[in-house]
Design a protein around this ligand. Structure first.
Ligand code: MN
Length: 130
């Protein structure tokens, strides 16, 4: 069974690009376009990994990280920030907030899947990449 990866992103171009790349490499992408919908989808779908923008409508990435951290079932899901925040200290702030990793925007199609797969367990890697 291919891993399901939830993308929480309000920029439709980024959302479409990540969705396309994940599908092309054998993963099952799920989508949410704001933080509240994202959190609801995490609870209902229990994805194998979450790719999360920081600046989101209704509830931002930090709010999502906070909500996951206090839920022992959800806190085990790898939570990766995908963000253009690039100021000194932003990465530390993101990791301190409970994110497991950080992918910088703009997304580089050539390296994106490799970066995502660093955070997937071996059994969740797609058959193409095991
Ligand atoms: Mn955004």
């Amino acid at each position: 069974m291919a891993a399901s990866i939830l993308i929480i992103e309000d920029n439709l171009n980024n959302l479409a690009l990540m969705d396309y790349l994940l599908q092309a490499f054998g993963y099952i992408p799920l989508q949410a376009q704001d933080g509240i919908a994202g959190l609801a989808m995490i609870r209902s779908e229990m994805p194998d990994l979450i790719l999360c923008d920081i600046q989101l409508p209704l509830l931002d990435g930090f709010g999502i990280a906070k909500a996951l951290k206090c839920d022992e079932k959800l806190s085990v899901i790898p939570l990766i920030a995908v963000t253009a925040l690039a100021m000194v200290g932003d990465k530390e702030k993101i990791l301190k907030a409970g994110f497991d990793g950080y992918i910088t925007k703009p997304i580089t199609p050539e390296t994106f899947i490799g970066e995502v797969e660093k955070f997937l367990s071996t059994e969740n890697l797609s058959r193409m990449n095991r």
